[in-house]
Write a protein that binds this ligand. Sequence first.
Ligand SMILES: C[S@@+](CC[C@H](N)C(=O)[O-])C[C@H]1O[C@@H](n2cnc3c(N)ncnc32)[C@H](O)[C@@H]1O
Length: 302
Amino acid sequence: MPYHVPVLLKESIDGLHIKPHGTYVDLTFGGGGHSLEILKKLETGKLFGFDQDSDAKRNIIDNQNFIFVNGNFKYFKNFLKYHKIEKVDGILADLGLSSHHIDEPKRGFSFRFDAKLDMRMNSEAKLTAFDVINTYQDEDLYRIFKEYGELKSVYTLVNSILSARKEREIETTFQLIEVIENSAPKHKEHRFYAQVFQAIRIEVNQEIDVLKKMLLQTKDILKPGGRLVVISYHSLEDRLVKNYMKSGNFEGKQEKDNFGNITRYFKLINKKIIIPTDEENKVNTRARSAKLRIAEKIRNEE
Ligand SMILES: C[S@@+](CC[C@H](N)C(=O)[O-])C[C@H]1O[C@@H](n2cnc3c(N)ncnc32)[C@H](O)[C@@H]1O
């Protein structure tokens, strides 16, 4: 089983517009598929590969231009500063889980396997899926299932969890499925479980908060003309990326300077999102929800 099959590989690497002597950052190293392609295009340039999951260390690429950082990308600017890097030529983020997370039963990300409710990408982080399911208040459960799971009706789902956990703690993925199976729409059970698990995992890993923190650092650290390339798999993430690239904030509001001129940080390279081809979707079903956006840091003269 491969650790991960890279998604939109050619499109995203082309989007980085790699200079052989430049400095690049792959914020989501995973199986190293994207990093490997970046390294092929570097001569004296450097690539920093980040991953918060120590399992990704097994994929470290033996190349003198490559530096692996086992950390959360929400701190990437500080990590780079530690390596004496102030500005970079390109940043790639391929958000979310790797296939390894889903295929490794003990990580607890998949409803196909029975495992402890875990779902942490960083196995040293404090918050687990067990905590979310067994300790969160009803209004927080409503919020995460609606926002992160994109589920319309969550009332029965949340009530089933609340009443089951009064009897005993919900400890495993299969126990959770047993508790929620009555709330699943008939013949659409798998999609429903996938949405429930997605919501829990986004909460456990604070994926929306870390994405915002990471994006906000990109406009400071990219050189003029530097590229920001993001692949997202969820409409909430994609909206944040789109608004940020368009206006430098997450609401998509136009910012103005003291003279009333619109402040622009990025130029959009692709006006329409790039999605995988039918061929890619056929060979890699996990590519299906991928959306790629590419932006360039505005040059001073623009
Ligand atoms: C979709 S996979 C990337 C796969 C990679 N592009 C490849 O070709 O193999 C996302 C990876 O990013 C890591 N990741 C997700 N959020 C992160 C974060 N906030 N900080 C650091 N790594 C993160 C995950 O652990 C996972 O390995």
